[in-house]
Design a protein around this ligand. Structure first.
Ligand SMILES: NC(=O)C1=CN([C@@H]2O[C@H](COP(=O)(O)OP(=O)(O)OC[C@H]3O[C@@H](n4cnc5c(N)ncnc54)[C@H](OP(=O)(O)O)[C@@H]3O)[C@@H](O)[C@H]2O)C=CC1
Ligand SMILES: CC(=O)C(=O)O
Ligand SMILES: [Mg+2]
Length: 617
């Protein structure tokens, strides 16, 4: 007990040493408060977590996340407490808190509950006609009152996901310099070469557990947006918290700026990034190497690094290079593969057969296309015991030059080569559909309107229930709309898309399209890795995530033609994904958090951040 108390005291003093410059009396009071909280935390941790695993989400359970506690801050100034988004409660500060923390007079007299604040914000945001204005209002809230932001996002996930994520985040990135107000995330540019570790140390949070990083070269299907790509890591990490329960202070969005080849941005006087062409080759590789090394040095071996929206010429290379030395994962290649495989597994209930009975045709043979293709082949191989090379023959891909076939092999990028099967050359998608006769058509081209009426009709003439996945984001780049898929297939298509579409009425029947987006996977996947202390990402973990997600599709969902569950229950879904990923990691000997918690689902739930306001009394 003594040593625990001494330890607690040490923790409290270090808290104060860094953050507090007040007098001795105040310092004692804070130590006392901190002591009490830490003692409670340790008890709660023991209760919540089977197997004596330490609490990692200090923020909810209190201590770890507060180098400067609200108490110390408010002694200095109530105004500063209100300006701190981690602790601000706005008009929800109670009468007692207003007295205790020098807030009296700084707020209007009324006090609202958090729920009433949620209601008020939704009332306001629903009045905005322009989606980008809703995005700006959400970001503004995130920067003002973090817990209210997450409460609102969690409680209205179906309504607000399209705002903070695709499609509206795409428009936000296109106009990022224009709407830029307060910087979010960390910018690492070529100017910081040789000083990246120093830059990381400028980030105020010390216990970061997940980084989403982009270099802005392939932002959704919108191309090179340079430094303006920051909206993507910020949005992805908002989902890590809202959908996967990773506490906000553990999330670090990073944009690496090596320039841009986007002429419009280079000529824009308000562009916020480096104003020159992209660095490539050795210069690029050296910056990334320094970044990857510094990240591990600063945050340790188990920091999760999610590569996001890199162009494919860098994405595959970075993944290959760093997946064996870091806990690194590429969302566009691997997260997308996992979510699509899940949809395919679920779809078998509707279209029949096993995975190996189907023929898959892709439009687009880049990160998403070949990533999905590889995981399909791996799963078929596991199910049939056939070699993976043989299973790849069930999968065909079309790129901008036509069907990928053996005769093109010498000129193909390395990630396309495994898909160069024996076949005569075929130019366009329609011809490929007619030649290959796929049962499943998947769009990963980044080009809108490429699933034409003729293509969908051809799919519908081959299949009783054609499975059509138009995965490209944002909505403008979707290979077809939900309405087109249902109408042109005469209501027979099973359809899902990367960005959401509203339900469609066709011939007096309402069709509800699903959303096939890696947002179903990466938040729960990341939680599973973090809570189990997993040290590397293995393909079997992706398969485990796919199966976990597919198992969450209910009979009711299937009746509506859905192959994904709705986002309304996403936190439970993420907990299931996390539990299965962690279980697989333990089975493979990749999990370092020992002993293994008995009930991984409950453990996942207990780790999740809750955005409910805390009492500061
Ligand atoms: N729903 C989801 O969860 C996800 C969706 N995506 C979306 O997928 C899209 C593609 O992303 P990603 O794979 O990373 O991009 P890549 O740039 O890596 O790949 C794009 C592929 O599409 C091909 N292509 C481009 N234009 C055409 C065309 N007109 N006809 C046929 N093929 C074409 C390219 O051909 P070539 O190689 O010849 O240039 C390339 O093979 C994006 O819109 C992205 O938003 C990505 C990840 C997740
Ligand atoms: C969803 C996603 O990761 C993308 O479109 O790039
Ligand atoms: Mg992406």
């Amino acid at each position: 007990m003594f040593s625990i108390r001494a330890n607690i005291l040490k923790k409290a003093c270090s808290v104060l040493g860094r953050g507090h410059r007040g007098d001795r009396k105040v310092k004692d009071k804070v130590i006392e408060g901190t002591l009490k909280k830490i003692e409670i935390d340790e008890a709660v941790t023991d209760l919540n977590v089977a197997g004596g695993v330490e609490d990692m989400y200090g923020e909810d359970l209190a201590s770890q996340d507060q180098p400067i506690t609200p108490w110390t801050m408010t002694v200095a100034s109530g105004h500063a407490l209100m300006r701190d988004p981690h602790h601000n409660k706005g008009i929800a500060f109670t009468e007692k808190e207003r007295d205790a923390h020098y807030l009296r007079g700084l707020l209007p007299p009324a006090t609202f509950s958090q729920d009433l604040q949620v209601k008020r914000f939704m009332h306001i945001i629903r009045k905005y006609d322009v989606p980008l204005h809703k995005y700006i209002a959400m970001i503004d809230l995130q920067e003002r009152d973090e817990r209210l932001f997450y409460k609102i996002l969690i409680d209205h996930v179906e309504e607000l996901l399209p705002i903070v994520y695709t499609p509206v985040v795409g428009e936000a990135c296109q106009k990022y310099s224009e709407i830029f107000m307060r910087p979010q995330g960390l910018y690492i540019s070529l100017k910081e070469k040789g000083r990246i570790l120093e830059v990381l140390k400028n980030w105020p949070e010390k216990s970061v557990q997940v980084i989403v990083v982009t270099d802005g070269e392939r932002i959704l299907g919108l191309g090179d947006l340079g430094c303006q790509g920051m909206g993507i890591p910020v949005g992805k990490l908002a989902l890590y918290t809202a959908l996967g329960g990773i506490r906000p202070s553990a999330c670090l969005p990073i944009t690496i700026d090596v320039g841009t080849n986007n002429k419009k941005l280079l000529e824009d006087e308000f562009y916020i990034g480096l104003r020159h062409k992209r660095a490539t080759g050795q210069e690029y590789a050296e910056l990334l190497e320094e970044f990857m090394t510094a990240v591990k040095q600063n945050y340790g071996e188990k920091i999760l690094i999610q590569f996001e929206d890199f162009a494919n010429h860098n994405a595959f290379e970075l993944l290959t290079k760093y997946r064996s030395s870091h806990l690194a994962f590429n969302d566009d290649i691997q997260g997308t593969a996992s979510v699509v495989l899940s949809g395919l597994l679920a779809s078998l209930k509707l279209i029949g057969g096993t995975l190996a009975d189907h023929t898959f045709l892709f439009l687009g043979a880049g990160e998403a296309g070949t990533g999905i293709a590889e995981l399909i082949a791996l799963e078929i191989s596991k199910q049939t015991n056939d070699p993976v090379e043989q299973c790849r023959r069930r999968v065909w891909l079309v790129d901008s030059k036509g069907l990928i076939v053996e005769s093109r092999k010498d000129t193909l990028q390395h990630f396309k080569q495994p898909w160069a099967h024996e076949h005569e050359p075929v130019k366009g998608l329609l011809e490929a559909v007619k030649a290959i006769k796929p049962t499943v058509l998947i769009g990963t081209s980044g080009v809108g309107k490429t699933f034409t009426k003729e293509v969908i009709e051809a799919m519908a003439s081959i299949n009783e229930k054609p499975l059509i996945l138009a995965l490209s984001n944002p909505t403008s780049q979707s290979e077809c709309t939900a309405e087109e898929a249902y109408t042109w297939s005469e209501g027979r298509a099973i359809f899902a898309s990367g960005s959401p579409f509203d339900p469609v009425e066709y011939n007096g029947k309402v069709f509800t399209p699903g959303q096939s987006n890696n947002a179903y996977i990466f938040p729960g996947f990341g939680l599973g890795l973090i809570m189990s202390g997993t040290i590397r990402v293995h393909d079997d973990l992706l398969l485990a995530a796919s199966e976990a997600l597919a198992s969450q599709v209910t009979e009711e969902n299937y009746k509506k033609g859905l192959i994904y569950p709705p986002f309304t229950n996403i936190r439970q879904i993420s907990a299931h994904v996390a539990a299965k990923v962690a279980a697989k990691a333990y089975e493979l000997g990749l999990a370092s958090r020992l002993p293994r918690p008995r009930d991984l689902y409950k453990f996942a739930e207990s780790c999740m951040y809750s955005p409910v306001y805390r009492s500061y009394l």
